[in-house]
Write a protein that binds this ligand. Structure first.
Ligand code: PEP
Ligand code: MN
Length: 263
């Protein structure tokens, strides 16, 4: 179903008038984790100022260690909803449990399926029942074929409002957190009709190369770029090392716009 052979024209996702997969590209930004109203409002205000209309923020955090912050859960989704309404933004947040898929639509605009859950088939099937779009992340060590099959699980279960996002894969390289597979962008655009985005935060894990990697993503044909921004990254409850602070985010956005690559 997701194959370009099956549907030659692009799937375009409409989020309250913001389109993804069409002629314009979209920037998605926000904190790794939703931590508080204050934190979220500060980020939302920066997004608004920078002209970014889609906010991300994790409420359910699939952490490598069970001792790390696990997210605010439903309370975090409520915060996203309230702040998004206040600032006129649309939201993306990760759901990790099949039982939360249906309820997510009450709070957020897009369900994110995280890298660690790309092959959680029961979650994928449930996401196929969702009434709202799904953003599927590439698994940590998933081939493109496995990624496309995972998307097919969601589509065949009934939800074709589907987007893909390359977030880096695990390789032997240690100077980046993951290896950004830029070739995934044109390949996924050719093989499927779905919007394809690039997460420059988790793929690189490095603030100093986010701008060139975002430019590369846009130049390669990505329909959008995602990054993490936090009012005070040092105190962030997750991904403290790689989130941009607000001035860095503003500079990043200026750089993206000055490149002329953001259509
Ligand atoms: C995230 O985007 O919040 C996240 C946890 O990323 P990933 O699933 O790609 O590791
Ligand atoms: Mn993160």
């Amino acid at each position: 179903l997701v194959s370009r052979k099956n549907q030659p024209e692009n799937t375009i996702i409409d989020l309250k008038g913001i389109t993804i997969g069409g002629p314009t590209q979209v920037m998605v930004a926000g904190p790794c984790s939703v931590e508080s109203y204050d934190q979220l409002r500060t980020v939302a205000a920066a997004l608004k100022e920078a002209g970014v209309k889609v906010m991300r923020g994790g409420a359910f955090k699939p952490r490598t260690s069970p001792y790390d912050f696990q997210g605010l859960g439903i309370e975090g989704l409520k915060m996203l909803k309230e702040v998004a309404n206040e600032f006129g933004l649309v939201t993306i947040s990760e759901i990790v449990h099949p039982a939360h898929i249906e309820l997510a639509a009450d709070y957020i605009d897009v369900i994110q399926i995280g890298a660690r859950n790309m092959q959680n088939f029961e979650l994928l099937k449930e996401a196929g029942q969702a009434k709202i779009p799904v953003l599927l992340k590439r698994g940590i060590a998933a081939t493109l074929e496995e990624f496309v099959h995972a998307a097919e699980y969601i589509a065949v279960s009934g939800n074709s409002n589907l987007m893909l996002i390359e977030r880096g894969i695990r390789t032997y390289e240690k100077w980046t957190r993951n290896t950004l597979d830029i070739s995934a962008v044109p390949i996924l655009k050719q093989e499927t009709h779905l919007p394809v985005m690039v997460d420059v935060t988790h793929s690189t894990g490095r603030k100093d190369i986010m701008l060139p990697c975002a430019k590369a993503a846009l130049a390669a044909g990505a329909d959008g770029v995602m990054l993490e921004v936090h009012p005070d990254p040092q105190t962030a409850l997750s991904d403290a090392a790689q989130q941009l602070d607000i001035p860095q985010f503003m500079a990043f956005m200026n750089g993206v716009r000055e490149s002329g690559l953001l259509k």
